[in-house]
Design a protein around this ligand. Structure first.
Ligand SMILES: Nc1ncnc2c1ncn2[C@@H]1O[C@H](COP(=O)(O)OP(=O)(O)O)[C@@H](O)[C@H]1O
Ligand SMILES: CC(C)(COP(=O)(O)O)[C@@H](O)C(=O)NCCC(=O)O
Ligand SMILES: [K+]
Length: 242
């Protein structure tokens, strides 16, 4: 059974309540067990609930697994590329973040021969990955996410404030420090992603572009936003492995 899927990233964990055909509800949670209890109650989960979990952040994961086990639940982990129905064509398949492979798994059944997919996951880090039309994951790029860049600028300089990016800034020159940082954060991310997709595309037909992650709505231009892409990949891999 696949009752709930969990995607544990470096900033947040996402829970997806599953029904036989897909994900019917999503919750974003932090490290606080009280919020887990609240969500478990809201979804009326009973002891024996089966959870399928993929994580890139062990410090988040162990306390959650202990807590779920204490509730009488069953936790299955997806933590190996061999559980995933894509060919992982990189130097060290076992080192690829499992979230990146879950995104690829989510798209596996939608692939069209000859049409590659660029997968942009904009969370704590940004990943820009390449999945061929015949289901090969070819790797990609990892760059700092917007929040991470903002914190780095603040933490490693004397004068720069911590800036939160709420909306896409225009490309005119910023007339104060905050405006200047907003432009820097946004265009570093967007232009980097653009350049990568264009670069990859020189080797193939122009790709389909699929966006996910907390910052996808801010950054996405062409292509589709799929907020639950990673959870959907976990659900599919869980169904294959259950
Ligand atoms: N609608 C949103 N819901 C949740 N997080 C959001 C949203 N919009 C932007 N964010 C930001 O996205 C980040 C989390 O993105 P996410 O993809 O969940 O990261 P990760 O997988 O690395 O934990 C947070 O820093 C949060 O500030
Ligand atoms: C690149 C990541 C940090 C992204 O994590 P996220 O931003 O989703 O929290 C994660 O996929 C990871 O830890 N990867 C391991 C190295 C690799 O993918 O090659
Ligand atoms: K990410």
């Amino acid at each position: 059974m696949v009752d709930v899927v969990i995607d544990i990233g470096n900033t947040q964990m996402k829970w997806g309540r599953c029904n036989p055909t897909g994900i019917s509800a999503i919750a974003r949670l932090d490290r606080d067990p009280e919020s887990w209890q609240q969500q478990r109650d809201d979804w009326e989960l009973r002891p024996g609930t089966e959870w399928w979990l993929a994580s890139v952040n062990p410090s988040f994961t162990e306390p959650l697994i202990d807590w779920l086990t204490d509730q009488g639940d069953v936790v299955h982990r997806i933590d190996h590329f061999r559980q995933v129905p894509v060919i992982v064509d990189v130097e060290f398949p076992e080192r690829v973040g499992i979230d990146r492979l879950m995104n690829a798994a989510a798209l596996r059944s939608e692939l069209q021969p000859g049409q590659a997919v660029a997968i942009v996951d904009a969370g704590s880090a940004i990943t820009v990955d390449w999945l061929t039309g015949d289901g090969r994951f070819l790797g990609g790029a990892i760059l700092p996410g917007i929040g991470l860049m903002a914190r780095a600028l603040h933490q490693y300089t004397a004068a720069l404030p911590l800036v939160t990016l709420h909306r896409a800034p225009p490309a005119n020159p910023g007339r104060n420090t905050v405006e200047a940082i907003e432009r820097g954060l946004f265009f570093a991310a967007r232009s980097g992603i653009d350049a990568l997709i264009r670069g990859y595309a020189q080797q193939a037909e122009s790709p389909r572009v699929v966006w996910t992650g907390g910052y996808a709505p801010l950054l996405a231009q062409e292509g589709e936003i799929r907020p639950d892409l990673t959870l959907e990949g976990i659900r599919r891999v869980a169904e294959w492995n259950a």
